[in-house]
Design a protein around this ligand. Structure first.
Ligand code: FAD
Length: 472
């Protein structure tokens, strides 16, 4: 018998649930063999964007890591049904081990894979989250809609320990020369060669090192610093979680000593990870999360559809420094601070009155940590249309947010060097500088840096009226 270990968003050799289960399956019978496998969706590899670039560079690094452990990762590009069908023809495969992905799109993909490889038994394992969508339910077995009570139940649940398999044992039980995948590997190599950015720190070890550093020290300051834009006060683990370079169990294990001491930073950090599980559950219970407002009352709001404004938001040219600095951070680094995501999302929706779906899609292409559930959940939260949303009348002021979370303008100046000589008292509202002050700061508003495109006070009223259903 031969099994397939199908890697997906779990590019790691340590603490991998499906891999661990495969090891047990192999141990039950000495004649059993296996092969490691990754399927690349054709549509994705033909559609370059930073998010895809990052993922595929991780995939190439992962393939090398497998090789270092004498594991051969077979890669196939194509439509899922067809790929599995021809796999079944080339090789007799009786079992497929894989870590479950509950997102609706992934579920559909898996159904096609099953149809393509009818002769095999598919064994799904829970791996990506602490708790799968059906593991934290209300007393009547329905899904939660609001985070706080969800978190209370989530917190009480026993967390799994890491699942550690032995790569050397697995390497010794691989099938020989399973498939020819040279053509497919070349496609991957070619894609990566042409990528806009060469992402650094894409190894599994990089993720573990980052966790080590964070759990050792910064987590202590997490409580106080996680909202400060200029600080490196958060874990920066999101992209590793997205690609599966690290598991939540390994993170939990590293934090355990601090959690046991009831360290506040570690506690808050854990609750942020629970948001990730929460949005996964919301996505399962609302498969249309990416497209449709959860609150029915807001399903037919009349958004602006102003392409010019949308482009200004994307290109960091709104004239509000904090918004532009955050968008520059996204465009240049593929990552944005959580506070920045809230500020820019709120600005697009409540100041520009643009459809939140536009923002969701833009983030989806640019974020290296893009996660369909957390992203759509975050956008619906910011747009006040989600299940656990801020009420529509609570509108973020880009000036106030800037004063609170980038008091001295350090973050703004880092990403918008054109404002580097603007005095602190004007950094949040540079348009208030006099002509002389603008000249002194070498920053002429309207020439070197844009004037604010909209007046926040006016737009705030318009947004509230739109949500109330009052036509102008
Ligand atoms: P930390 O503060 O160190 O948090 C640790 C981990 O907890 C994160 O890595 C992440 O996995 C999880 N987490 C933290 N906050 C949230 C949250 N609000 N929702 C869900 N999970 C959370 N996160 C993504 O991983 N992918 C996305 O595509 C994404 N899009 C977002 C869009 C918007 C509009 C908003 C408001 C938030 C979005 N988030 C998204 C959540 C959050 O901003 C990021 O997870 C966080 O900034 C990642 O940085 P970090 O790893 O340093 O976070």
């Amino acid at each position: 018998e031969t099994a397939l270990l199908w890697f997906r968003r779990d590019l790691r050799l340590t603490d991998n649930h499906a891999m661990y289960a495969l090891e047990q399956w192999l141990q039950e019978d000495n004649s059993r063999t296996w092969m490691a496998f990754f399927h690349i969706e054709k549509k994705r590899i033909e559609d370059p964007c930073p998010h895809h670039d990052y993922f595929f560079q991780n995939l190439e690094a992962f393939s090398k890591e497998c090789k270092e452990k004498d594991i051969r990762l077979y890669i196939k590009v194509g439509k899922i049904g067809k790929v599995f069908e021809s796999l079944g023809k080339e090789k007799e495969i009786s079992a497929v081990f894989f870590n479950e992905d509950e997102v609706p799109r992934a579920v559909k993909r898996d159904e096609k894979a099953r149809k393509g490889l009818k002769q095999a038994v598919f064994y799904p394992f829970k791996d990506a989250h602490f708790h799968a969508s059906d593991e934290v339910l209300k007393k009547d077995d329905s899904y939660y809609e609001v985070f706080t009570p969800y978190y209370r139940s989530w917190f009480k649940k026993q967390k799994d320990k890491p699942f550690r398999a032995d790569p050397a044992f697995l390497a010794s039980r691989q099938v020989n020369k399973a498939l020819s995948d040279k053509k497919d590997r070349d496609i991957l190599k070619e894609y990566n060669k042409q990528a806009e950015t060469n992402w650094e720190k894409v190894k599994e070890q990089d993720a573990l090192d980052r966790l080590d550093t964070f759990a050792d020290d910064p987590v202590k300051y997490y409580e106080n610093e996680r909202d400060i834009l200029a600080e490196d006060g958060t874990s920066r683990l999101s992209a590793y979680l997205k690609t599966g370079r690290i598991s939540v169990r390994t993170i939990y294990e590293a934090l355990l000593p601090k959690l046991e001491e009831e360290d506040k930073g570690a506690g808050t950090f854990l609750s942020e990870l629970a948001w990730r599980d929460f949005y996964n559950m919301i996505h399962v219970s609302h498969p249309d999360l990416k497209n449709k407002e959860l609150k029915e009352a807001y399903q037919s709001l009349s958004w602006s559809n102003n392409k010019e404004n949308l482009d200004k938001w994307k290109n960091a040219e709104t004239g509000y420094p904090v918004v532009d600095a955050c968008m520059t951070q996204l465009n240049e680094t593929g990552w944005m601070h959580n506070r920045g995501r809230m500020i820019t999302a709120s600005f697009l929706v409540k100041d520009f009155l643009e459809d939140w779906r536009e923002g969701e899609q833009y983030f989806g292409r640019r974020l290296i940590d893009y996660d369909p559930s957390s992203n759509a959940g975050g956008w619906q939260w910011a747009a006040s249309t989600g299940s656990d949303a801020v009420p529509y009348f609570r509108v973020f002021s880009p000036i106030r947010q800037s004063q609170r979370f980038d008091e001295k303008g350090e973050f703004i100046k880092k990403y918008l060097p054109v404002l580097k000589d603007v005095p602190s008292r004007f950094i949040h509202e540079p348009w208030k500088m006099s002509k002389e002050e603008q000249e002194k700061a070498s920053c002429i508003i309207g020439k070197d840096y844009p004037e604010p495109i909209v007046d926040h006070a006016v737009q705030r009223k318009r947004a509230i009226a739109m949500f109330k259903g009052e036509d102008e």
